[in-house]
Design a protein around this ligand. Structure first.
Ligand SMILES: Cc1ncc(COP(=O)(O)O)c(C=O)c1O
Length: 422
C-alpha cells in the first residue's frame, strides 16, 4: 500500500489522506458489512500485516532479524494464530497475555516475556524454555533461581539515554535498568553461573527518527564493552512509527523514518556486538496499525460558532484513545463532495474529550452516513472502554472471508458482570 495519491472517499484534510489502493481496499471490505451489521464495529484484516511484514523483511534482507509479535498492541486471537502458524514468536508483558499466548498454542520457547515487576506473577508459570528479559535487580534476584530450574533464557532490559526523547528526565519511562544497575545484575548472575543472552531496549512508541535507534545501539555497545558482555541477541524493542498517522500538530509520525535507513543502522551496528546471532524486533504499531478500521455512523449533526459537530455512535472514549495524540485518515460512505468546513467528529459519550477527529470535512456529511477511521489496528482493542456503552463487534478478514470474531457486547454482558452483594 504505497502509492501516495489521495483516496476516493476522504473526509479529513487533504494532508491526512491515504493511497487510493488503501482506501479502495477498506471500502470494498466495509461496504457489504454495512448492509447487515450495526455500527460501531472494528474490522481487521490480515492483508496489511502480511504486506508490512514482507516490506520489513525485504528491506532487512541479509540481516539476521527475528520479529516478535507484540501481544499488547493487538490482542486479536485469529491474528495471533495466523502469526503462530507461520512459526513466528510472540512477546508478552502480563500474566493474561502469557496465558493467552499459551492458549493460542505458542510453545514456551516461542514466547518472550517483557515488562516490569513480573517476579510477582511469572513464578506461577512452570513451563520450561521461556525467554525472559529482566527489568530490575529485584526481578533478577527473584527469577534467576527459577530460570535455572526451568531452563529459561535471560536477557537484560537496559534503560538507555537514547530513550529520552523528552526534555526532562522526570518524564523518562519506568522500564529497564540503567547501565550501572545492569552491570551489577550481570555480576550477580555471573556469580550464579548465568550469562544473559539478550540485550534489550525499547525506546518508546512512534519513535519518529531512525537516529534514536542508532544512538541506542551505540550506547548499548558501550555498556557491553564496559562489562565484557557479548549478548547473542540484541532486542531493539518496538517503536517504529506508523505510516499515514499524524500528530495533533499535523506532523507525520514517520517523518524521519524509513526501512532503508533502519537497515543501514542495523548493518553498521552489527560489528559492535561480536557474538551477535540475531537482532530481535518487537514492532507492534508499525506492523499492525494499518490492519484495521473503526466504522461508526453519524447520528446527529450540529453547527455552532463556525464548527460543525458530527455526533457518532463510536469515538475516542470507547474505541480510539490514540485519537488523543494521533490524527488518522477518515473515509466516508457514501462519498460526500462539496465545500468543506471545520468539523469535529464526536463519539456518543458525555465527555467533551470524546473527539475522534477534527478537520475540514464536506458539509454534505449527514446522519446515517458511515465514517471509517483508518489505522485502527494497533492499541485500539487494548484501550477500549465501556463508558456508558458496551464493547463493539469485531470482524476479521482472513484474506478471503470476513467473520465476526466478537459479537457486540449486550446489556446483559455489560451489567451482568457484577456479583450481587450477599
Ligand atoms: C517492550 C515493548 N516492546 C514492544 C512494544 C511495541 O511497541 P510499538 O507498538 O510502538 O512498536 C512495546 C510497547 O509499549 C514495549 O513496551
Amino acid at each position: 500500500m504505497s502509492s501516495r495519491a489521495p483516496s476516493t472517499h476522504p473526509v479529513s484534510q487533504t494532508r491526512f489522506e491515504v493511497p487510493v489502493r488503501t482506501g479502495r481496499f477498506w471500502i470494498r471490505l466495509v461496504r457489504p458489512l454495512l448492509a447487515r451489521e450495526p455500527t460501531p464495529f472494528y474490522l481487521f484484516s490480515v492483508v496489511p500485516v502480511q504486506e508490512a511484514l514482507e516490506a520489513l523483511e525485504n528491506s532487512l534482507t541479509g540481516l539476521p532479524v527475528r520479529c516478535w509479535f507484540s501481544a499488547k498492541t493487538q490482542p486479536l486471537p485469529p491474528l495471533w494464530r495466523w502469526w503462530k502458524d507461520l512459526g513466528r514468536p510472540i512477546e508478552v508483558v502480563s500474566a493474561f497475555e502469557l496465558q493467552a499466548a499459551l492458549a493460542a498454542g505458542f510453545a514456551p520457547d516461542r514466547i518472550l516475556i517483557n515488562g516490569p515487576a513480573k517476579h510477582h506473577w511469572l513464578p506461577r508459570f512452570g513451563q520450561r524454555g521461556f525467554w525472559v528479559n529482566l527489568d530490575s535487580p529485584a526481578e533478577a534476584v527473584a527469577l534467576t533461581p527459577l530460570a535455572l530450574r526451568r531452563d529459561w533464557q535471560l536477557g537484560l532490559r537496559l534503560h538507555l539515554p537514547a530513550e529520552h526523547g523528552r526534555a526532562s528526565s522526570s518524564d523518562s519511562s519506568q522500564f529497564g535498568m540503567d547501565p550501572s544497575a545492569a552491570a551489577l545484575v550481570l555480576r550477580q548472575l555471573r556469580r550464579r553461573g548465568v550469562e544473559p543472552v539478550v540485550l534489550h531496549f525499547h525506546l518508546g512508541t512512534q519513535v519518529p527518527s531512525v537516529a534514536r535507534y542508532a544512538r541506542a545501539l551505540e550506547e548499548a555497545a558501550r555498556v557491553c564493552r564496559r562489562c565484557g558482555w557479548h549478548p547473542r541477541y540484541v532486542d531493539c524493542g518496538g517503536g517504529w512509527p506508523s505510516e499515514f498517522t499524524w500528530d495533533r500538530t499535523g506532523r507525520p509520525m514517520a517523518r524521519d523514518f524509513s526501512l532503508q535507513a533502519m537497515a543501514r543502522v542495523l548493518a553498521r551496528a552489527r560489528s559492535w556486538f561480536p557474538r551477535l546471532e540475531e537482532y530481535w524486533l518487537e514492532n507492534g504499531r508499525w506492523l499492525t496499525a494499518g490492519s484495521g478500521v473503526l466504522v461508526v455512523k453519524i447520528l446527529d449533526v450540529k453547527q455552532r460558532r463556525g464548527l460543525r459537530y458530527l455526533i457518532c455512535d463510536g469515538g475516542r472514549t470507547l474505541h480510539a484513545l490514540v485519537a488523543t495524540w494521533e490524527q488518522h485518515p477518515l473515509l466516508a460512505i457514501p462519498a460526500r463532495k462539496g465545500r468543506r468546513m471545520l468539523t469535529s467528529v464526536a463519539g456518543p459519550t458525555c465527555m467533551a474529550f470524546d473527539q475522534l477527529a477534527l478537520g475540514y470535512m464536506p458539509i454534505g456529511l449527514r446522519p446515517g452516513d458511515r465514517l471509517v477511521w483508518l489505522g485502527a489496528g494497533a492499541y485500539h482493542l487494548s484501550w477500549e472502554t465501556r463508558f456508558s456503552h458496551g464493547l463493539a463487534a469485531v470482524y476479521w478478514h482472513d484474506g478471503r472471508e470476513i467473520h465476526q470474531v466478537r459479537p457486540p457486547e449486550t446489556f446483559e454482558d455489560w451489567w451482568g458482570r457484577w456479583a450481587p452483594v450477599p
